[in-house]
Design a protein around this ligand. Structure first.
Ligand SMILES: [Zn+2]
Length: 164
C-alpha cells in the first residue's frame, strides 16, 4: 500500500518536474538550491523542492500542527520575575458604581431669542424666568420665540436642549 502510494507520488512528480540526465546537471540547474534524486519512474534525475531530501521524490510531509495553546514566550512571567508587581497581588477593584440617574428635567417655552447676557427668556410653569447663561453657541443661536426647550430643575434653569 505504502509502496503503491510512493510510486503514484513519484509518477506525479515525474510528470510535473524537469528531467535531467545527471544529478550534477539537475543541481546546477537549480543553482544548488535543491538536491537531485533519481526518479524511480523515468530513471532520470529530478530536483527535490526542498534541499536535503536527496532520495525523496516528494517534499517532506507537512508537520502535524502544533498543539494550540500559549507558547512559552507568550506566557506572562512577570509574576515570577517581579513578585511585587504581580497583577494578582493587587486588590481587585470594586465594580464601578452605577451612574446616578439623569436629573429630572422639565419643559419650558422660549419667549424670545437669547439676550446679550446669554440668557434666554423662558416661560416656566406660567412664570417668566430668565435661563441660566447659555454657553453652547449652537443652542444659543437656535433659541427663538415659541420654541419648546428642555430645562433643568434648578433656578435659574439651565437650557439643556431644544425640543423639535
Ligand atoms: Zn521521472
Amino acid at each position: 500500500m505504502a509502496k503503491g502510494r510512493y510510486i503514484k507520488n513519484a509518477e506525479r512528480a515525474c510528470a510535473a518536474k524537469a528531467r535531467f540526465e545527471t544529478a550534477q546537471e539537475a543541481e546546477r540547474a537549480s543553482d544548488y538550491r535543491f538536491r537531485a534524486y533519481r526518479c524511480p519512474v523515468c530513471h532520470h534525475f529530478h530536483l527535490t523542492s526542498r534541499s536535503g531530501a536527496a532520495t525523496d521524490p516528494e517534499p517532506e510531509p507537512p508537520k502535524p500542527p502544533e498543539p494550540k495553546g500559549p507558547k512559552l514566550a507568550d506566557l506572562d512571567w512577570s509574576a515570577l520575575l517581579e513578585p511585587n508587581k504581580s497583577k494578582s497581588a493587587r486588590p481587585a477593584k470594586p465594580p464601578k458604581p452605577k451612574p446616578p440617574p439623569p436629573p429630572p428635567t422639565r419643559v419650558a417655552r422660549c419667549l424670545g431669542p437669547c439676550g446679550k447676557d446669554g440668557r434666554a427668556p423662558l416661560l416656566v410653569e406660567g412664570r417668566l424666568v430668565k435661563s441660566r447663561k447659555i454657553a453652547d453657541n449652537r443652542l444659543k443661536a437656535a433659541l427663538k420665540k415659541d420654541l419648546e426647550v428642555r430645562i433643568g430643575m434648578d433656578d435659574p434653569p439651565e437650557v439643556l436642549a431644544v425640543l423639535a
